[in-house]
Design a protein around this ligand. Structure first.
Ligand code: SAM
Length: 331
């Protein structure tokens, strides 16, 4: 019986941030400065948390950060995770995914695949090297990321998704170039609406490039056909009418999908977050340090899941900013 929250949502999807360090300083996420870090835990601690949660019905784990590939030992950690088996009458292998900025992926894609990684999502916010540098505040990153995407495809990390956060004034003119990129590279490009989770607190409704606007802009390039998607999927999916290329749009601001949310998160310092927009977190690592057994950890997790928020309140008068920014949560 999978974990359920008090609104009846099954919790099957776990995101683990394995570091809150990052080598990029993307404008929609960070300020240009190095801020304070919450720090991270030994892999064996994340592994124990994952084992307990897989025993409670989690069947998909996504590693994130900060930048997860900065963490030495990540390949070995994936190998250990891949030994975990979700329960149920016909146990399937665990789905292990990774979200990365792709800067170090070219060398690591094949070892990660060999270790048991199922798939990868690469963040990339412009298909033009200069614009890319302006957004990431890192010179010469573009070629590394492109090489990483191609290496992931060669390694068979599939489906391969490229996430692009659109922020008005920075990259809304990249919509059509990304449509071309999706077709040429054979990847699914997913546009993400900018959310108020950035360090600089620059978010305003006017900075969000919405789903409707993205669709209208892409239609100027080529007609799109919507692909039916699973209710728990965050992205609305579209293919180009001629059958070449797919895009997705993740629209938490203009079309929230909280009612189908199946996710919980563990931060790099071992706290459970039940929503990106939570104003508090729950100290799972503290429970471990106190010497709790696996059964006690499971009980703690059960009680935390019951506190999962019904929905976010972005854009509403009662919106309270999350207690952590994205880089310290793990997106
Ligand atoms: N470093 C990795 C990466 O670049 O993908 C993983 C961590 S990053 C925080 C995870 C995802 O969050 C990325 O796709 C990033 O673009 C997205 N993200 C960060 N800040 C965001 C914001 N304010 N609104 C929407 N998405 C954001």
């Amino acid at each position: 019986m999978p974990l359920h929250d008090k609104f009846g949502r099954a919790i099957t999807d776990l995101r683990i941030s394995i570091t809150d360090r990052c080598n990029y300083k993307c404008v929609y996420c960070r300020t240009g400065n190095e801020g304070a870090l919450y720090g991270d835990l030994p892999f064996e601690d994340y592994l124990r948390m994952a084992r307990v949660l897989v025993g409670m019905g989690i069947n998909k784990i996504r590693l994130t950060g900060g930048e997860p590939l900065l963490r030495k030992g990540v390949v070995e950690f994936v190998r250990e995770l891949a030994r975990l088996r979700p329960g149920g009458p016909m146990p399937e292998p665990l789905d292990i995914a990774l979200t990365t900025n792709g800067h170090m992926l070219a060398e690591m894609a094949q070892p990660l695949k060999d270790a048991g990684l199922t798939r990868v999502t690469v963040s990339m916010d412009a298909v033009d090297p200069e614009r890319f540098a302006r957004i990431t505040r890192v010179p010469n990153g573009y070629d590394h990321v492109l090489a990483g995407i191609r290496a992931a495809r060669r390694a068979g990390l599939w489906p391969l998704k490229v996430n692009c956060v659109l922020m008005r004034g920075f990259n809304e003119d990249q919509i059509i170039p990304f449509g071309m990129f999706a077709r040429e590279e054979g990847v699914t490009v997913r546009f993400i609406e900018f959310m108020p989770l950035e360090e600089g607190r620059t978010w305003a409704p006017s900075t969000v490039v919405t789903l409707d606007e993205i669709l209208a802009r892409m239609a100027e390039y080529r007609p799109l056909v919507e692909i039916p998607h699973a209710r728990s999927e965050t992205a609305r999916r579209y293919r180009f009418e001629d059958g070449v290329g797919e895009i997705g749009i993740i629209a938490p601001v203009s079309h929230p999908f909280c009612g189908h949310c199946s996710r919980i998160r563990i931060t790099s310092d071992g706290k459970i977050r039940t929503c990106l927009f939570s104003v508090w977190d729950h100290d799972l690592h503290g429970e471990m340090r106190r010497g709790s057994s696996d059964a006690e950890l499971a009980e703690f997790i059960q009680s935390v899941v019951q506190k999962k928020e019904e929905r976010h309140h972005i854009g509403e008068p009662d919106f309270v900013p999350a207690s952590r920014t994205m880089v310290h949560i793990g997106g």
